[in-house]
Design a protein around this ligand. Structure first.
Ligand SMILES: Nc1nc2c(ncn2[C@@H]2O[C@H](COP(=O)(O)OP(=O)(O)O)[C@@H](O)[C@H]2O)c(=O)[nH]1
Ligand SMILES: [Mg+2]
Length: 432
């Protein structure tokens, strides 16, 4: 495929795709040979996809978090920079803000996995950083907004940018300084206790370990993992900043700063069906909850909007799974299976195994580094409006899911194609 300039630019810029404007969409039309390849302009989410994710023990964890709050002077909220809007959990935010005796509990917002969205001057990801920072600052959402990512795997990125925005130690230092400021303001003899919260798999435990390494020079204290649900219980407080008596001699810090790790908190009912696909693709829900071929199809949809060259071997990419761009996930996965040896009995390509592999490859940053949603003033305003909706109770959420299932089964019974999953009512909180 001969990529046009727009395609090459899109590869470098790693443009977020979901809410792309008409102009941006037309820029992702690829002319190759006689028939021009047209990427899908929207993704039809199957009604078969569950939109709730709630397990009994999760509720208990959320209650424990609420009980512990009276001792907590700072909330550190993690959001995944690949899904900066969908990984926002307004209900969690609300439940943790409540019950503070001294009014609003200080909060710091950390956008994690910055390294998985490429940097490029003037690109939409830098714009997103600025927009998010301005948005939170203007609305007084947090004492600080920090963007963090692993510093590795950045061979072909702008190293200065990387250093200033998300290099491990710099970003961690910025965050530590912000935490210390909150600790000094609190000026408590016993020091500051903070709680790191967020959606499953957002990088909470990793963040705690990084803060401990930077602040105390100590090895990891919390277990981390690529699947959600690794942290099942509230952790014991882990010290990340030494107390006054230690050599730092920092005043107003009491016994220092501690962080409590928590299990991820999910929304049991995802009101926008496509958000469920995004959350499944980034690994926020357990793999398998959404069928892996459907998740791979959602990835293919984004790859095509960003740059099909990412999997056709164009743009010097070593990933040559298909000779031409395609919107057919089975065709795509067959190509992946053949190239990676994901073959079953008799050499038949295993689509499931190929789907799992290709999704992991994207999560590792090996198949394009791009966000799944665009941050604009409009999308931010939409998120604020949605956050004001009355959240569903757990029972209401289950009822809603049942209704959707009923419509689907009815349509199937009548031999009709079920309507594509659309939006819905509000969300409610549960932990995963
Ligand atoms: N590339 C990248 N991976 C990260 C980052 N933070 C966490 N991870 C990975 O994301 C996965 C989930 O991390 P974990 O800390 O266990 O998430 P938690 O469930 O929120 O505690 C692990 O595989 C981490 O290595 C980051 O900033 N960049
Ligand atoms: Mg964890």
């Amino acid at each position: 495929m001969a990529s046009n300039t727009a395609a090459a630019a899109a590869h470098v810029v790693s443009k977020a795709a979901t809410s792309t404007t008409a102009a941006a969409r037309s820029a992702t039309t690829f002319t190759a040979g006689p028939a021009a390849f047209q990427p899908r302009q929207s993704f039809n989410v199957s009604l078969d996809i569950t939109r709730s994710y709630y397990l009994g023990h999760h509720h208990a964890a959320l209650s424990r978090m609420r009980q512990t709050l009276s001792n907590v002077g700072l909330i550190i909220e993690c959001r995944d920079f690949r899904v900066p809007i969908s990984s926002w959990n307004p209900l969690l935010e609300r439940s943790l803000a409540a019950g503070s005796s001294s009014g609003d509990r200080p909060r710091i917002i950390v956008y994690t996995k910055r390294d998985l969205v490429q940097l490029n001057s003037g690109s939409s990801d830098r714009e997103a950083v600025k927009l998010l920072r301005d948005f939170h600052e203007k609305n007084g959402h947090a004492k600080a907004v920090v963007f963090l990512g692993h510093g590795s795997g950045s061979r072909d990125r702008d190293r200065d940018e990387q250093r200033s925005l998300y290099s491990g130690s710099n970003g961690d230092r910025m965050l530590l300084d912000a935490i210390k400021r909150v600790a000094r303001d609190a000026d408590s003899l016993t020091g500051l206790r903070s709680m790191v919260v967020g959606m499953p798999n957002a990088g909470k435990s990793t963040l705690l370990n990084r803060l401990r390494a930077t602040g105390m020079g100590l090895p990891q204290a919390a277990r981390t993992g690529a699947q959600p649900g690794v942290t099942r219980k509230l952790g014991t407080p882990v010290r990340i900043v030494p107390g006054e008596s230690a050599e730092s001699g920092v005043e107003g810090m009491g016994e220092g700063v501690f962080v409590i790790d928590t299990p991820g908190v999910f929304v049991p009912y995802v009101s926008q069906a496509e958000d469920m696909m995004k959350l499944a693709l980034v690994g926020c829900v357990k793999d398998g909850l959404v069928p892996s071929v459907a998740v791979a199809d959602y990835l293919l949809y984004h790859l095509n909007l960003v740059d099909p060259g990412l999997y056709t071997g164009a743009n010097n990419s070593s990933k040559k799974f298909c000779p031409e761009p395609t919107n057919d996930v089975h065709h795509f996965l067959k190509g992946v299976a053949m190239r990676t040896g994901k073959l079953g009995k008799g050499g038949v390509p295993s689509l499931e195994a190929a789907a799992d592999w290709v999704v992991q490859e994207w999560r590792r940053g090996e198949l394009g580094r791009f966000a799944l949603e665009t941050v604009t003033l409009e999308t931010l305003a939409g998120a604020v409006a949605a956050s004001r909706e009355q959240p569903l109770s757990m029972n209401q959420a289950r009822k809603k899911e049942k209704e959707v299932r009923k419509v689907r089964n009815e349509a199937k019974r009548m031999g009709l194609t079920p309507p594509a999953a659309g939006g819905g009512a509000g969300t409610t909180g549960g932990t995963a």
